[in-house]
Design a protein around this ligand. Structure first.
Ligand SMILES: [Zn+2]
Length: 126
């Protein structure tokens, strides 16, 4: 897997523990290593109903239980979208970055930006 699981940025090489995505600023195996209680507080403002609506899979989890990666990626992705999909560390290959680029990048990992926006608008992001 060379594409960021969260935003779709192509690392052009396999990435692993400690690699930070220059686009969405996620650190693989760190940013996405979360307990249910952390997700509830950070992304749902401790609103259990909201958490249930966004991730019904977590209903049976204890608060201290670590959450499966595909679920943590979902929350981090939505928070990034809510912020307007900013490119964190532009470089010489990224001189301009627009929401259209972000949409294409998300599509490359099979996410439709327009479908995610209503969910992103519900999430709490720092
Ligand atoms: Zn990324």
């Amino acid at each position: 897997m060379t594409a960021c699981h969260i935003c779709g940025w192509d690392f052009k090489h396999d990435y692993s523990v400690g690699d930070i995505c220059p686009c969405c600023n996620s650190e693989y195996d760190f940013t996405d290593f979360l307990e249910k209680g952390e997700i509830l507080e950070r992304y749902c403002g401790n609103d259990k109903e909201k958490l249930h609506n966004m991730a019904p899979e977590l209903d049976g989890y204890d608060d201290e239980e670590y959450v499966a990666r595909d679920i943590t990626w979902r929350f981090i992705r939505l928070a990034w979208i809510k912020k307007g999909c900013p490119f964190k560390y532009p470089n010489e290959t990224i001189t301009s970055w627009t929401i259209e680029d972000a949409k294409k990048q998300l599509a490359s990992i099979h996410y439709k930006y327009d479908a995610l926006v209503p969910l992103a608008n519900k999430i709490i992001s720092d």
